[in-house]
Design a protein around this ligand. Structure first.
Ligand code: KMH
Ligand code: ZN
Length: 280
């Protein structure tokens, strides 16, 4: 039985433009400040996309390494790099994200329409990500945008074995135009489908845009964990832009406490996810 709530903050993403969302953290300093404040509020994991000097999404290797090092120096958060990047990023650059040595990396379990774009995740690419993470001791978070992605995960684990750390954790990313909707019935269906995955598989959920609150409540009531942040949500309530990632984390912490499932510390999150203890 799950007790505490794992709260992941996804502060930046690759989709929003700084010009349109000025509160988006895009520099390393902005990211570090956000990370520290979100950790103080109750976040345990940070899902990281970085930007270049013009605030455009980048997978620059030097910047990724610098970011991982800086986050480790100034927080105890579990550092999860996005291997999804932006829809325009080539596979080789997405695989090279692992060279930056994060604690975790995302691994999206299939191709989908992504608004007007296509988020390409070929089977062979997924296998490469999974097996390289196994070799390097990087713990994956499997990103599930649609129900069939869970079937693909079952196949992946059946053919190639458990991930580094031995624990399976998935994240339901709901409400992307092209993926499953951000609704309670969809979350229940995804939760039910976990029965085909290894015993003890855990899940978090995030609802894009206005589905953020229904998904958060549904996930908590189903025993799931939470991901929040400006990668997924830039409107706090109708007509109210999000002021900061901290505002979203604070709301998630409040819901988790109401559910009597208080936030897990980063150390507890490491135990849950099979991520080795922080070296700090
Ligand atoms: N930016 C999306 C195309 C991930 O981080 O792994 C992909 C994404 C998923 O955000
Ligand atoms: Zn992401």
């Amino acid at each position: 039985m799950t007790t505490g709530t794992l709260i992941t903050v996804a502060p930046t993403g690759a989709e929003s433009a700084k010009a349109e969302v000025p509160a988006l953290p895009v520099t390393l300093d902005e990211l570090l400040l956000t990370a520290k404040e979100c950790e103080a509020l109750g976040a345990a994991v940070i899902h990281v996309h970085i930007r270049d000097d013009e605030a455009r999404p980048t997978l620059d290797q030097g910047r990724l390494r610098e970011t991982v090092t800086a986050l480790r120096e100034s927080t105890d958060l579990v550092v999860q790099l996005s291997s999804g990047g932006a829809v325009t990023d080539p596979e080789a650059d997405r695989l090279a994200v692992l060279d930056a040595g994060p604690d975790m990396a995302s691994c999206t379990m299939g191709t989908l329409n992504f608004g007007d774009d296509v988020f390409l995740n070929r089977w062979e690419f997924i296998v490469d990500l999974h097996t390289r993470m196994q070799e390097r001791g990087i713990v994956p978070e499997y990103e599930i945008f649609d129900l069939g992605h869970l079937t693909a995960l079952q196949r992946l684990l059946g053919k190639y074995g458990l991930p580094a750390g031995g624990h399976v954790h998935v994240d339901f990313v709901m409400g992307v135009p092209g993926g499953m909707p951000g609704t309670t019935p969809a979350l229940v269906a995804a939760h039910q489908a976990l029965r085909d995955l290894p015993e003890g598989t855990t899940f978090s959920a995030t609802g894009i845009g206005r589905s953020t609150i229904p998904v958060m409540l549904a996930s908590l009531s189903a025993g799931g964990h939470l991901r929040v942040g400006m990668e997924d949500t830039v409107t706090y309530a109708k007509g109210r832009p999000v002021e900061s990632n901290m505002q979203l984390v604070a709301r998630a912490v409040g819901f988790a406490q109401l559910a009597q499932r208080p936030p897990l510390t980063p150390a507890e999150a490491r135990g849950l996810l099979g991520v080795p203890a922080a070296g700090r």
